[in-house]
Design a protein around this ligand. Structure first.
Ligand code: PEP
Ligand code: MG
Length: 588
């Protein structure tokens, strides 16, 4: 008997649909275990020695980019990898027990870790996390990063996973999959942001789907209706095949709509820039006639390299080439954000202990960069050098205090001086902006504005920190409300301060690309937005259908009434009345 047709509800990203065969993705968290023959023992020793050497080389390379305190920690990692007692023990056990070397190594090191954890001593428990890091690096080099997990995945399938990391998305994009169905997450998680910019149909918050569907079954994702259809019938398949064709044509029309200026009905131009996550997206921007970038998230250079997980950091030279290449293709501004690692973006290349209790409140972005000056210097130097070839502006993420911003500017000035001495050309007047995404930065916006050449609002984080709710936690999605009255008040304050000081201000969080919020942002005084390229045509069409006057009136009502339910309902009725070209339904 065929499996039953079932509809499940979730939250779609954008408004695409996809039809494909399911592929259940369960990243192997465990090390492979298998028996070997006596004749394989020498080969296992060889693999082990090679993996140790590769791990040491990676760490040595990493040492070139970090400051002395981390260099010393990394040196102890090398010493531990070279530990003769452990090497001997592993080899003896491989020979005696005839199991693969990663299993033997894992068992031995896990045994040590267990002993350490039973001792109540802070120093020893810190040492445990170093040992755990070394263990994962070595095992990764033995089994090669995730090769077992990705190699079986067919093209054009729909991936079903409990959760996805940004590097999973990067990898799947290079394989060419049609969709993602994710059990957890939120539309501002970096996995969802990446999937959206690659145009991969994505729906999340589909409870328990991985235990409900088998591999290789037909499945449909419909982000317009926020549903997944498992085991669709013939009629579903026929309908969705037609819809897919219509969407394809709509996208061709979008390319034309994205190219032209966006003027409101009362003739005010709203500049719309693109957000990009990987350099290859630049080609897609050019195809859509978009020649400015409001946010380039550089951290993905540290997470992924040439279709694989990055195991070493990008050098100054590598970064210089990437930034130069992007900037020289764009006519307008190219806002490049300095490394924002941490939170849900982990770089295996850094290999350090990032397992923090509260990663989103942790050692992230500028906090990390200011305490890893060598690594930060490589990036700033590359950016400054590339600024000679295009209109690069530097944006600093996660500013929490004025001092952090001033210190960063001073750091950049010092590197400029170094470049002058080296006779290397760069743009002397390069603009340095602050990304406002913490409540503290928004409270001191009157102070930051005096130091910053431009301001950008990172609403993804600003909402998460204002509301004290993790942006990737679907259980808190009811709290994650970008038009909560508290957020509206903060946005108003930040936008007004920038406008009154004649400093350019852009909003580059995901809310910029959600049609529902466009009237609110325009009403609050925003005149520049930056979003994923896939949202640009739609938002520009919406802008063309509204006036600043009506948006201002709408927002004032919301601010006066101070009632979230009221805000939602007047916004819904406002949106419903708009006649938008080529526009088929707004998803919140
Ligand atoms: C934001 O926080 O809104 C933002 C643009 O940065 P990210 O999503 O990369 O944290
Ligand atoms: Mg952010």
């Amino acid at each position: 008997m065929p499996d039953k047709r079932t509809i499940l509800n979730g939250n779609g990203v954008g408004d695409d649909v996809a039809i494909g065969n399911s592929f259940l993705y369960t990243p192997s968290l465990s090390t492979p275990v298998y028996k070997i023959e006596e004749s394989d023992v020498e080969e296992e020793y060889k693999r082990f020695d090679e993996a140790i050497n590769k791990s040491i080389k990676e760490i040595e390379e990493l040492q070139n980019h970090v400051d002395n305190n981390i260099k010393n920690i990394l040196y102890t990692h090398i010493l531990m990898l070279q530990d003769r007692v452990i090497i001997r023990q592993v080899k003896e056990e491989v020979k005696a027990k005839l199991f693969n070397v990663e299993h033997i190594y894992d068992t031995i090191i896990s045994g040590y870790l267990e002993k350490l954890s039973s001792i109540n001593n802070k120093m020893l428990s810190e040492r445990s996390s170093d040992i755990a890091d070394i263990k994962s690096r070595l095992i990764r080099n033995l089994i090669q990063p995730n090769s077992g997990d990705y190699s079986q995945i067919p093209e054009n399938c729909i991936i079903i996973a409990k959760t996805l990391t940004p590097s999973d998305v990067l990898k799947f994009n290079s394989i060419g999959v049609s969709g993602f169905i994710i059990e957890s997450g939120g539309y501002t998680s970096h996995a969802a942001i990446l999937a959206k910019s690659f145009g991969i149909t994505t729906i999340f918050n589909i409870v328990d789907i991985s235990s409900k569907i088998k591999n290789g079954r037909k499945i449909i994702i419909d982000c317009r209706s926020n549903i997944v259809i498992m085991n669709p019938n013939e009629k579903d398949i026929a309908n969705y095949t037609i819809l897919t064709e219509n969407i394809k044509q709509f996208k061709e029309q979008s390319i034309i709509d994205a190219k032209e200026k966006a003027l409101t009905k009362d003739n005010i131009e709203i500049k719309v820039h693109a957000n990009i996550d990987i350099p290859e997206e630049t080609e897609n921007l050019l195809k859509h006639g978009i020649d400015s970038i409001g946010l380039y998230r550089t951290e993905f250079l540290y997470i992924f390299s040439e279709e694989d997980i990055a195991t070493t950091l990008p050098s100054e030279e590598t970064q210089f080439k990437v930034y130069k290449n992007i900037a020289s293709k764009m006519k307008g501004r190219v806002v490049i954000r300095t490394l924002d690692i941490g939170g849900d973006k982990i770089s295996p290349a850094l290999g350090l202990n990032f397992k923090e209790d509260n990663p989103f409140l942790g050692w992230r972005a500028i906090r990390f960069c200011l305490s890893n000056r060598q690594l930060f210097k490589d990036q700033i130097k590359a950016l400054l050098r590339a600024s000679h070839y295009g209109n690069i502006e530097i944006m600093i993420p996660m500013i929490s205090t004025l001092e952090e911003f001033i210190e960063t500017k001073k750091f950049i000035e010092d590197i400029k001086e170094e470049l002058r001495k080296e006779n290397q050309p760069f743009n002397e007047n390069i603009k340095i902006g602050a990304l406002i995404e913490t409540p503290s930065a928004s409270v001191i916006i009157d102070l930051i504005i005096k130091e910053a050449d431009f301001i950008s609002i990172g609403s993804n984080d600003l909402v998460q920190y204002m509301m004290a709710c993790d942006r990737t936690n679907e259980k808190l999605s009811y709290l994650y409300n970008p038009i909560d009255i508290s957020v509206l008040r903060v946005l108003k304050r930040v936008i007004e301060t920038a406008n009154n000081n004649n400093k350019p201000i852009t909003l580059c969080g995901e809310m910029a690309g959600v049609a529902m919020y466009t009237p609110v942002l325009l009403g609050l005084g925003i005149r520049e937005l930056s979003m994923s390229v896939t949202s640009i045509a739609r938002i520009k069409n919406l802008i063309r259908s509204i006036s600043i006057e009506e948006c201002t009136k709408l927002v004032n009502e919301m601010l006066e009434k101070c009632d979230n339910n009221f805000s939602k309902s007047i916004l819904n009725s406002f949106i419903k009345k708009i006649d938008i070209k080529n526009y088929k339904g707004i998803s919140e």
